[in-house]
Design a protein around this ligand. Sequence first.
Ligand SMILES: O=C(O)C(=O)C[C@]1(C(=O)O)C=C[C@@H](O)C=C1
Length: 396
Amino acid sequence: MAVKAIGTWVGGFYQTGRRDVGSWSSGAGAAARPNWRLEVSRAEGRLECAGVCVKPVEDVKSVEDEDLSSACPSSEVAGGAGNGGAEEQPRRLNRDLPKPLSLTDLTVSSHGSNVRVAYQGSPGAFSEAAALKAYPQCVAVPCEQFEVAFKAVELWLVDKAVLPIENSVGGSIHRNYDLLLCHRLHIVGEVQMAVNHCLMALPGVQKEELKRILSHPQALAQCEIALGKLGVIRETVDDTALAAQLVASNGLKDAGAIASARAAEIYGLKIVDETIQDTSENITRFLILAREPIIPRTDRPFKTSVVFTLEEGPGVLFKALAVFAVRSINLTKIESRPQRKRPLRVVDDSNYGTAKYFDYLFYIDFEASMAEPRAQNALAHLQSCRVLIIGYDLGS
Ligand SMILES: O=C(O)C(=O)C[C@]1(C(=O)O)C=C[C@@H](O)C=C1
């Protein structure tokens, strides 16, 4: 096969096998939400990641407030019971001592209690709902940008990240495709979620009074028809919940926000229209990312993700995809992105001299586990087409 490939990256992840679609609910995990978010700052071109705590200072008890005498009874300081003929007092040695860890403390339950999950956006964002759908008892940790969520996992600040990768109306979230290659995280699962957009405004403001609408670019793209009818100015912000927060905290009477019903509740806005997305079935697929890969199995449905490049030439992509087709492996997604490090390829063209072509990375999701010989053979076949494997993720 006249195929020359430059790189392949493989990720395997468990698939539920059913159409796993849910919508926002303020589940048990909502109570565990922290009142802080991860922020990123760019200092001298470096990306810094830090947990910023905004817990009220009144919660911090000063040492002077403590009753030190009760914390350290004089009888114990002076030698304890039986000292100096005083009447024996029951000793309270266990008081205030740290409780030893038990096996239960070490167990992270299957529904995700104790798990800290990063998502991009503010509390009330759809991504927070996706994190809670993936791990209902988790502590969902808001991050300002996708990069911060990636870094937070890498730096052990959180255990997992749940990030959007594509939407049934708006298409792929290219940034996350690119970031997957810049970070050493593994795809360990996915969650799909129905996204119902609400139009909200300050209480007392009517829909007709709105001159501009704030939201995440994906949300604006998913509500194109409704926005066209309203004839408003669109303003993009980092996430849908932030849009609601900005309208509320700045008292913007001429502005509305597109966000979740949960965001309206959190930020005290009134919903002026519901389900305003272009199609009622508006589904976003989120990837679950972790530091460790999952171990591929054959007893339940698995998906595997690969990324590779191909040499210029007729039919090269056709031949690469044939390695899956001949083994009846179903492809669920194909995405191409320009190669950032090598965006152009120069080739000889006898008629017109030197020609320049854009150079692409191809991302493919297929329905098979790397524990299955047909998947191993398909990738071996892809390599024989001079596709080079640069990463290999065999899930947990
Ligand atoms: O802004 C939010 O609420 C998000 O969670 C982000 C996001 C996205 O990036 O696609 C998630 C789901 C919806 O598709 C719209 C926006």
